[in-house]
Every structure is written in C-alpha cells, then in structure tokens.
Ligand binder design. Structure first.
Ligand code: HEM
Length: 444
C-alpha cells in the first residue's frame, strides 16, 4: 500500500511522489479517498486488463471527461461498440501501403525543418522540445490535410493545441482520489474555449476539403482515409465524428512523438558512444542520400535507440482504466469502480522486469538479446487498443533522428535542470535548452 506521500506532495509532480514500492511490487494499492486506486506492474495482470478481461476495463471516466470537450467520442476515448465500430473503420488508414504513399508529406516537413535549423546561428539557444513539436506537428498536419503547418489555419490549430496541452489538468492522483465519478470536476474555462476553437478550425478544414473534392481534386492523407472509411453497412462517419477522429490523430500523434524524441536526443547527447554509433550507422547506410521510406528497416541501431528512449520516457506514462465489476489481482482485491493504472513509466523501470532499469542502454534491444516479455514493454499499450500509430511513429522517429543527427550537433546548455514532469505526455519541466550547429560528417 502507498498513499500519504502521494497526497502530501501537493506542489510536486506525480513522478516525484511515487514511492519506491511502485518500482518493486507487482501490484500496489492506494487506499485513500472515494475509490481505490490500483497500480498494476505484473505482466500477467496487465494482459488480463488489456486483453483477456478488457470488456471489464474500459477507458477511465477521468480521462474521458478531461478529453471529451476536444475529442468528442473519438477512438482514443470511446468505449464498447462505438470504439470497435470506429476502430475497424480507421485501421485501413495505417496499412503499410498508405504510409508509403504518405511518406513524401513527412519528408517535406523534414526538409523544411533542416532549412530552418541551418539558419540558426551557432550560439542561439533554442528549446529542443518546442522545435521537435514544431516538426512533428508539421508532419501530423501534412499527413492529415496535405498542408504544411505554416498555413494560417494550421498555425491556429497548432497554437490552440499547445495551449490545450499546457492547460490540461496534470495527471494527478489527488484529483482522482477526490473525484466523484457521478460528478466529474468542471474543466478550466480556457481549456473548454480552446477545445471549441480547435474543433471549429478542424470543421473549417474539413469543409474546405469537401469543396475541393467536389471540384474533382484527389488526396492521399489521413483526412481522406477517414472521409472514405465505410462501416459494414456502407455508412461513412458523420461530420461530427470525423472532427472527433481528426482531433484524436492530431492530439495522439504529435506531442507523443515530439516528447519521446526530445528525451531520446537528450540521452544521446549524454552518451557519446551511442551517438557516435548512430551517426556511423546513418553515414554507412545512407551515405549522402536522403532517408527514404525503406531506410527505416535498414537502420537497426537507430531503431534500438528510439525503443530505449520510449522505454525510459514513455510519453503516455499512465494508462488508466475503470474496473466495471469487482475483481482480484492475486491477493489484492479490486472493488468495482476502482481506478486501475498501468504505467509504462513504472513497468519500464521495474526492477523485476529490467536489468539496470534506470540506465540508457539501446543494446538491450539488439536482435541477439531476448525480446522483452509480453506486458513488460508497453510504450504503445497492449492488446486491441494498442496505438494505431505505432508504425508511423517509429518511422517518423527514425527519419527525424537520422536526418537531424547526421547534420547537426545539439549542445545541451541546461543539463542539470532537466527533469521530467507529467502533462498529457512526460515533458521536461524547464524545457531542454540547446544550441544547434552544423557538423562536418567526417568528425564522428
Ligand atoms: C511515440 C509516439 C506514440 C506513442 C508513445 C503512443 C502511445 C499510445 C498509447 C500508449 C496508446 C494506448 C492508450 C491506452 O491504452 O490507454 C495509444 C493509442 C492511440 N494512438 Fe498512439 N502513440 C504514439 C503516436 C501516435 C501516432 C503518430 C498516432 C496517429 C497518427 C497515434 C494514434 C493513436 C490512436 C488513434 C490511439 C487510440 C487507439 C484505440 O484506442 O483504439 N499515436 N497511443
């Protein structure tokens, strides 16, 4: 059992208040407040929650009430029939062939980022995470609407999303413990206003798309996949539901990748050997040629580095479910309505699952190492609700790591102040400040 330390740490981030037991025990309970909070680290029980008994563990009401003003009934927070109906309609958008067709859109965003960074003076300090957010938001926007983020509407969407994420309530066990499921807490006004603004902007972009389709134009992007999707009876998504799904793609698809890349690049900057190995791999495999779609498979070390980045800093650090009925995890009873937490952050740093769990060591994902046991490596979740964007995220990460690190040296200037905090994703509390200079590829 853990408890008071979590409640007492009012001004601290949740990650700081998690007691050591959370990193050692298979199941930990927090026995205070209106509902029991059960933190599950055991891979068998994780499998039970996400696969075998998943009907009894829908997405938690807290997450739904925090995100529904923006995402409506979108696939990320929908449950039951609505979820399975919509997920089936959306899955084809992520098949390999579609991703290959959309790759030039990603490449375009990457090329613009390279130009942007090349114009920085070597002593100019930037916020690494903000820059990576710009790149991943641009990629997301282009793959959604075939439009760069610098357009007027796109810039509006980006700005409102950034504000929404800043103002989204911290994932906070105190709020959960105090919350009454029948009367969810009202969301801040600013958050509601940004959600409405964003939905309005997405609606406008959709209307513009329909107008262009009427003129006979064709598109290959996520918006088009969602517009073209049909269910078993041949029905498309309603306009409202289309807005929900596109908002999900943007929210789920850009800050996650940006956050994991920022942490990965931060850790690489502190590990000269890993950085040098990655750069050598990119130079050997790509030479002077640009990264193309098929290069993803040809850069195994780059992929290992990102997998390790996702292990230590999984952007979705806490996956939350609500127990619909009473259950039991071994000796721990789970009353109906318990708040069940599976935390990739904890599972990935758990002493029973990983050796030297707190160290950055990409080699643990080498082909000759045993694969992680099911349920112990879950940056993209597990089971039928696993992230639909996992492949595109890894492709995008390899593209960005390879193209940035082969060209630029990122020198971190506030290393001692870099600490994680929980927002929608795990973010560096005071940012990651760095300078960017062009490197001579023969020096590593
Ligand atoms: C490094 C990047 C990413 C990470 C770590 C990540 C992580 C996750 C996780 C953990 C879940 C499951 C949440 C749960 O079970 O409660 C999820 C769901 C989802 N993700 Fe991602 N994601 C990433 C990128 C993306 C991208 C690029 C897209 C879309 C283009 C995307 C779209 C989605 C969607 C639609 C869902 C909901 C799936 C469902 O409930 O059926 N994600 N993601």
């Amino acid at each position: 059992m853990v408890g008071l330390s979590i409640l007492m740490g009012r001004d601290q981030d949740l990650l700081e208040t998690l007691p050591a037991d959370c990193y050692r025990k298979p199941v930990v309970t927090v026995p205070i407040g209106r509902r029991r909070v059960v933190i599950v680290n055991d891979p068998e029980w994780i499998r039970h929650i996400f696969i075998d008994a998943r009907e009894h563990y829908p997405k938690s009401d807290l997450m739904i009430s925090a995100l529904s003003p923006l995402l409506g009934d979108g696939v990320l927070i929908a449950n039951g029939e609505t979820w399975s109906h919509d997920r089936k309609m959306l899955d084809p958008a992520f098949v390999h062939m579609r991703l290959e067709q959309m790759f030039p859109l990603m490449r375009g965003a990457m090329d613009d980022a390279i130009v942007r960074l090349s114009h920085l003076s070597p002593d100019q300090v930037i916020d690494l995470e903000a820059e990576l957010s710009h790149i991943t938001a641009d990629i997301m926007f282009r793959t959604l609407f075939s439009e760069p983020i610098d357009g007027q509407d796109a810039a509006g969407v980006f700005g409102a999303f950034m504000r929404f994420q800043r103002n989204a309530p911290q994932f906070n066990l105190r709020v959960i413990l105090a919350s009454d499921p029948a009367r969810p807490e009202a969301l801040p006004k600013e958050l509601m206003a940004d959600a409405a603004l964003l939905r309005g902007l997405i609606a406008r972009l959709l209307e513009a798309r329909f107008a262009r389709l009427e003129k006979g134009e064709t598109f290959i992007d996520f918006a088009q996949s969602a517009i073209d999707a049909r269910d078993e009876s041949g029905c498309p998504f309603s306009r409202e539901r289309l807005i929900d799904q596109l908002a999900v793609f943007f929210l789920a698809g850009h800050e996650t990748t940006a956050s994991s890349l920022a942490w990965t690049m931060f850790m690489l900057s502190q590990d000269r050997d890993a950085m040098s190995r990655l750069r050598t791999e990119v130079a050997t495999v790509l030479g002077a040629a640009p990264f193309t779609f098929t290069d993803f498979k040809r850069l195994p070390y780059t992929r290992m580095v990102f997998r390790e980045g996702l292990r230590l800093y999984p952007p979705a650090a806490f996956l939350t479910r609500r127990a619909l009925k009473a259950d039991r995890f071994g000796r721990v009873s789970v009353p109906a309505d318990s708040f069940v937490v599976v935390s990739p952050w904890l599972v990935h740093r758990h002493e029973r699952h990983w050796q030297d769990a707190w160290s950055f060591c990409p080699e643990r994902f080498a082909d000759d190492q045993p694969a992680p046991k099911m349920g112990t490596y879950i940056p993209f979740g597990l089971g039928p609700r696993v992230c639909t964007g996992a492949t595109i995220a890894q492709l995008e990460a390899s593209l960005i790591l390879a193209e940035l690190l082969r060209r630029f040296e990122f020198r971190m200037t506030n290393v001692a102040e870099v600490f994680p905090m929980t927002r929608v994703t795990i973010r560096p509390r005071s940012g990651i400040a760095c300078t960017v200079s062009t490197i001579n590829s023969t020096t590593f």
